[in-house]
Each structure stands twice: as C-alpha cells, then as structure tokens.
Design a binder for this molecule. Structure first.
Ligand code: NAD
Length: 373
C-alpha cells in the first residue's frame, strides 16, 4: 500500500495533505509514504522532516508510480496525474460543484475520487471533517485580519492620556467559523454581537458572552436544513433581516461574515448602501468571498475600500495559517483512512454510509447522486 502526497499547485495554497506526524502513523499501519519534493515547504514542513518520519521524497512521477492512494488538499489538475494507475484513490477537498470538469476527468482516468467535503455530519465522522477543521482556523484568522486592517484597538483601554473605547464586532453566520470568530474577538476585548438564520445558534452566541441579534416573529425562522446546515430563507425573512442588520451595522466597527448555504452561492447579507452607513475606518471581512460573497463589492484576493470602509476578501483563509491548517487537515485524512483500515487486506475498506457519501467517481464513472441530478 503506497500513499502519495502531492505538492499543491493552486494559487494561494500553502497547505499540505500530510505532515511528518501523519506519515509516521501511516507507516505504523504498514503503508509506505512518498511525498512530492517541497510539498510541505510553504507550511513549514521540510522534506527532511518527512524523510525522518519514514517517507521518501521525490518528483511527481516518482511519488505517483504504483501509488494506491493519493492525498492532496485541493483536487490536482488531471493532466498532472500521468502515471497514476487506474483504481487508485484520490482523497482531497475536490470542490465537486466548482470543479465539475475535473471530476469527469478523474472518472475517465479510472480513479476512485473521494471528496472530503462531502463527509457526512455524523458524530463518528467529526474527526474526519475538513470543513470544520479549516473553518475553525478561518474564523480565528478573520478576526486577526480585521484587527490588522483596523486603525484602532480592540479592547477598551483606560490610560493616563484618556480612554480608548472597545471595538464593536458583529459576526454574521454562526457556524464553525463564526463561533471561533466570536470567541477570538471576545478574547481580544471587543464588544461582540452575532446573527444567524438558525435559531439554535442563539444559545451558543450567549454562551460565548456575545449578544444575539435575531429576526423575531417572522414565519419559518428555524433556518435549519439537513445536517445542521442552513436553508434558503423566505422573502419576508430576508426583508426583516435586512432591516434589522441595517440598523445594527451602522453602529459596528468590524463585521465578519461567514454565511454559506451548501451547493448554492453565498447569501448576500450586506449591500453597498449598508456599507456606506458604517463609519470610515471600519473593516468588513468577507469569509464567503470565494463562494460569491456575503458583501456587495468584496473582491476575491483583495482588500478594497468603499465609502472609507475596508472590505477584506482574502483567498483561502485557512491557508494563511498553513502549519496548523495542514496539521488538522492531515489528521482529518488520517482519521478517515485509519478508521476503515482493514489490517488483513493492508488497505482501507469504506463502509456503505461514508463510502456513498464521499465517493464521487468509481469504475470510470461519476457515481455521486448530487453530481448526477
Ligand atoms: P456553513 O459554513 O455551511 O455556514 C456558516 C453559517 O452561516 C451557518 O451557521 C449558517 O446557518 C449561516 N447562514 C446561512 N445563511 C445565512 C443568512 N442568510 N444569514 C445569517 N447566517 C446565515 O456552516 P458550518 O460552519 O459548516 O456549520 C453548520 C452547523 O453544522 C453548525 O451547527 C455546526 O455545529 C454543525 N456541524 C456538525 C458537525 C458534525 O456533527 N460532524 C460537523 C461540523 C459542523
């Protein structure tokens, strides 16, 4: 059983899908691991550290030759997989809706592609969930990015020269990233409020010491669909939410938006007119910028200024903490493969529930129901 680890090629991608720690663990399972040269360099994992852990390092062709499982953070260009044998597994965040053409090519190459973002949200799969591990770090980093762009302090400071008031931070979307953003902003001393469409988050916001800002008395405000994800809201709800947010946003210094709806474009939460009501020097971080953006005017990979307000649209925020995000991503992949490791066969054998959830190509075909309809 040979496991290959690829060097990522996407723009702004510094992460790596294995670390020396997970290499050792795979070797304990009697697998061999081949890491593409400099795969971990941008995340502070040197080739020498991988070799000390027991891996070999080499060119793309070296690591792909005879590989049974290929690990990557993002789905690789199919043209770069020459030499990989049919039937090999490709385990990565494959972005199946955004990169549909690649999925078709993986099928044509005879690969068994496993899309880790399709991991079901069930208790036993929590340790395998790349969306959670990466969102948590993104929520933390979003607050630091906001603080770096903000030309005032976060905590209240009473100094001999006078008092500096605490920053007011508003978090929109209280999933994994939003919860960590609330906790981080609180630790920095900000006054924090937050909103979500899922009413279950109200308790969580309060428990972190922040103020919930919620639409009340509008039909269908539960907002919760399958797997704990949000659903698209009614027009009446959207209108009530826009009004509530307008009144609140004008008083905020920092807004962090994290709202996503699976399989759809991110919901638009802040209009340009609302940005204009914020005071100059305020900062908005749009963590959903790559999924279409929660904020009108946010631009992928840029910090733009509108009405004196900075709108931060960094790409791939987890990658901005590449060492930790790689460590957690790599553990997610190890937890996944090791949970299904069949010792006699010397390889992982997926069960039906998780196999069906994550497998997108098999036997030359696209097999996932969400990609067939
Ligand atoms: P997500 O990234 O899909 O979305 C982020 C947040 O945006 C969600 O809380 C969503 O409700 C919110 N949102 C969507 N539309 C909105 C709008 N118009 N206005 C305001 N907010 C809006 O969500 P996520 O971070 O992946 O987490 C969703 C839920 O799943 C959480 O409750 C989380 O705890 C749960 N979860 C469970 C597991 C598991 O059991 N294995 C793993 C991860 C997450």
């Amino acid at each position: 059983m040979k496991i290959a680890v690829l060097k990522e090629a996407a723009i702004a991608e510094r992460r790596v899908a294995a670390t020396p720690e997970t290499v050792k663990k795979f070797i304990n399972l009697k697998a061999s691991v081949a890491v593409e040269s400099e795969a971990g360099l941008a995340a502070s994992y040197a080739d020498a550290a991988f070799r000390e852990a027991g891996a070999t390092t080499g060119t793309r062709a070296d690591v792909l030759a005879d590989a049974d499982i290929v690990l990557a953070v993002q789905g690789p260009d199919p043209d770069s997989l020459a030499g990989l044998k049919p039937g090999a597994w490709l385990v990565a965040g494959l972005n199946p809706f955004g990169e549909r053409a690649r999925i078709d090519r993986y099928a044509a190459l005879g690969l068994e592609a496993l899309a880790m973002e399709f991991m079901p949200r069930i208790t036993r799969a929590q340790s395998m969930d790349i969306l959670s591990s990466q969102s948590n770090l993104a929520g933390y980093k979003a607050v630091l990015d906001a603080a770096a762009e903000y030309d005032r302090a976060f905590p209240m400071m009473m100094t001999a020269a006078g008092t500096v008031s605490a920053a007011k931070v508003f978090v929109m979307g209280v999933g994994v990233a939003g919860l960590q953003a609330i906790a981080t902003a609180r630790r920095l001393g900000a006054q924090v409020s937050a909103t979500d469409v899922r009413s279950a988050t109200k308790e969580q916001i309060l428990s972190l010491g922040a103020k919930p800002i919620f639409v009340e008395n509008v039909a269908g405000i539960e907002g919760e669909g399958s797997g704990g994800y949000a659903t698209e809201m009614s027009d009446a709800y959207k209108a009530a939410q826009a009004e509530l947010v307008s009144a609140h946003i004008a008083k905020q210094d920092i807004v962090i938006t994290t709202a996503l709806i699976p399989g759809r474009a991110a919901p638009r939460l802040i209009s340009d007119a609302q940005v204009a009501t914020m005071r100059p020097g305020s900062v908005i971080v749009d963590l959903a910028v790559e999924q279409g953006g929660n904020v009108e005017g946010s631009v992928v990979g840029e910090i733009v200024e509108r009405h004196g307000v900075k709108i931060v649209g960094h790409r791939n925020v987890p990658s901005r903490l590449a060492a930790d995000s790689s460590a957690l991503f790599a553990r997610n992949l190890f937890n996944f493969l090791s949970a299904f490791w069949d010792k006699e066969a010397g390889k992982p054998v997926l069960d039906e529930e998780i196999g069906t959830a994550v497998r997108v190509t098999q036997g030359g075909k696209v097999v996932h129901e969400r990609l067939l309809s």
